[in-house]
Ligand binder design. Structure first.
Ligand SMILES: *Cc1c(COP(=O)(O)O)cnc(C)c1O
Length: 417
C-alpha cells in the first residue's frame, strides 16, 4: 500500500484508538505491578513472560505508544523515553563504550552535538564530524571500524539533506550501526526502510505537536538471522544478548544497558498526551509541509534586500536537487532567514505579532528564534560555521496558521529593518 498521508491518517487513528472498552488510550500510572506467582515473577525477569515488571523498564501506556510509533516507522519494536535527548543517550550509552568512535554526519541539534562532543567524550567515546555529502570521509571512517554512525534526516538548522540510502548502504557493507534522528520528518522519511538500524525522535516536537509533553522514542529494526551486523566482532560485548533473544534483541540491549541503570524512562501521562498528538500527526504534517513551501516561496521573493531565506524547496538552496529526489512530500517544518547581523535579526523578531519566540520546533504554532544568542551561544565560531549557524540567522518553525497570515507577519516585521 502506498504510504501517503491518507494511509497514515487511517493507520494512526486506528492504532491509537481501541474498538472495545475505553477507545482513548488508558493512563496507567502505577510504578509497580503485582505478579501472579513466584514462577511468573521469574519469567517476567527473564523476559520469557511478557508482562510489566516495574515502571522504570516499561509501562502499559508507554507500550501502546511504542507499538504505534514502531508501526509508523516500519520498525519492529520501540522504546519510549523521557525526552528526545533521553532516546539519544539511551541508544549511545547502550551501544558505546570507552575507546569506541562515533561518526557524526552533517549538522546537529545543539543537545546532540554536546552529548557527543562533551558528555560521551568524558567517557572516552571519541568522535569525528563531516559534511552530509563527504562520501570519501565517510567510507574512510567506516573502514577504520567506527562503532556507530549518527545523523539527522534534515540538518537543524542547516537544512542540509543527506542521501540516507547511500549512507545506509555503506554502513551495511562495513557492518556499522546507523542511527538516524528523524525528529523533523516523521512520515516524510522512513530511515528504517532505507537501511538504518535505529531511528530516534524527540516526540516533544512534531509527533506531540502541542508543546504539551516532553518525550522521545527510539525505534529498532528486527535482528536478522543471517548477515546480522551486530554479530560483527566490534559488537562482541552484546553478542550474548543478540544470540539469546534474536529478533527483538535491540530492546533488552537498550533496557538492560541504559534504561535499567540510568532511568531515562517515559512517564505514562506524557505518553498519553503523545498518543493524542499521534492521532492527528498526518493531518498536521501534510498541512505544515505544504505551508512551509508557500511561505518560503513568498518570503524569498518579497523580503527586503539583505534577508536571505533558506529552504530546500527553493531552487537557490544547496540541496534543492536532493529535496526534489528524496523529500518531495516535505522536509519538515523549518526554514531559516539570515538577516545579516544579530541586531537586524532582533529587530525583525521583536516586531513579529503572530509568531512566538521560543526554542521549540514542530509545534502547532509558528515559532521563531535567533540562533547564535540562544541555542548556540556556548559554541565557538568554527563549530557554528560547521553547524551552518550564522550571526544573523533566525530559525522559523511553521505552524498550522493560515500561511498568508504567517507571511504577512514576517513582511510587516521586516518593514522595520
Ligand atoms: C529537540 C530535538 C532533540 C531533543 O529532544 P528533547 O525532547 O528536547 O530532549 C533531538 N533532536 C532533534 C533534531 C531535536 O529537534
Amino acid at each position: 500500500m502506498k504510504k501517503d498521508f491518507n494511509y497514515y491518517n487511517t493507520l494512526l487513528v486506528q492504532s491509537v484508538g481501541s474498538k472495545v472498552g475505553p477507545i482513548a488510550p488508558t493512563i496507567t500510572t502505577s510504578a509497580a505491578f503485582g505478579y501472579e506467582d513466584a514462577q511468573t515473577a521469574e519469567g517476567i525477569f527473564s523476559g520469557e513472560v511478557n508482562a510489566p515488571l516495574y515502571a522504570r523498564v516499561g509501562n502499559p501506556t508507554n507500550a501502546k505508544l511504542e507499538a504505534v510509533v514502531a508501526k509508523m516507522e516500519g520498525g519492529f519494536a520501540a522504546i519510549a523515553t523521557s525526552s528526545g535527548m533521553g532516546a539519544l543517550s539511551m541508544v549511545t550509552t547502550a551501544f558505546l563504550k570507552s575507546g569506541d568512535e562515533v561518526l557524526c554526519i552533517g549538522g546537529f541539534f545543539g543537545g546532540t552535538y554536546t552529548l557527543i562532543t562533551e558528555t560521551m567524550k568524558r567517557f572516552a567515546v571519541t568522535n569525528s564530524f563531516c559534511e552530509v555529502d563527504d562520501m570519501q570521509h565517510i567510507e574512510k571512517k567506516l573502514k577504520t571500524g567506527v562503532k556507530m554512525v549518527l545523523m539527522e534526516s534534515v540538518g537543524n538548522p542547516s537544512l542540509r539533506l543527506p542521501d540516507i540510502k547511500m549512507i545506509a548502504d555503506m554502513c551495511k557493507v562495513y557492518e556499522t550501526l546507523l542511527l538516524v534522528d528523524n525528529t523533523a520528518t516523521p512520515l516524510l522519511v522512513r530511515p528504517l526502510e532505507l537501511g538504518a538500524d535505529i531511528v530516534v525522535h524527540s516526540s516533544t516536537k512534531n509527533i506531540s505537536g502541542h508543546s504539551a509533553a516532553l518525550g522521545g522514542v527510539a525505534v529498532f529494526r528486527a535482528v536478522k538471522e543471517k548477515e546480522e551486523k551486530l554479530l560483527n566482532e566490534k559488537y562482541a560485548d552484546i553478542h550474548k544478548i543478540v544470540k539469546k533473544i534474536g529478533q527483538k534483541a535491540f530492546i533488552p540491549i537498550c533496557k538492560k544497558r541504559a534504561i535499567r541503570d540510568m532511568g531515562m524512562t517515559a512517564n505514562a501521562f506524557g505518553s498519553f498526551l503523545t498518543l493524542l498528538g499521534l492521532e492527528t500527526l498526518a493531518l498536521r504534517v501534510e498541512r505544515i509541509n505544504h505551508s512551509v513551501v508557500e511561505v518560503a516561496k513568498i518570503l524569498h521573493k518579497a523580503l527586503p534586500e539583505g534577508v536571505d531565506v533558506n529552504h530546500p524547496s527553493l531552487p537557490s538552496s544547496r540541496d534543492h536537487k536532493m529535496y526534489r529526489r528524496d523529500f518531495i512530500n516535505g522536509c519538515g517544518p523549518l526554514l531559516t532567514m539570515d538577516c545579516g547581523t544579530k541586531a537586524r535579526a532582533f529587530t525583525l523578531l521583536n516586531k513579529l505579532k503572530l509568531v512566538t519566540q521560543t526554542a521549540n520546533i514542530g509545534d502547532n504554532r509558528t515559532l521563531a528564534l535567533h540562533m547564535t544568542s540562544t541555542i548556540y551561544s556556548d559554541f565557538d565560531e568554527a563549530t557554528r560555521t560547521f553547524l551552518g549557524v550564522t550571526e544573523g540567522m533566525i530559525r522559523v518553525s511553521i505552524g498550522l496558521e493560515d500561511p498568508t497570515m504567517i507571511t504577512e507577519d514576517f513582511l510587516q516585521a521586516a518593514a522595520a529593518l
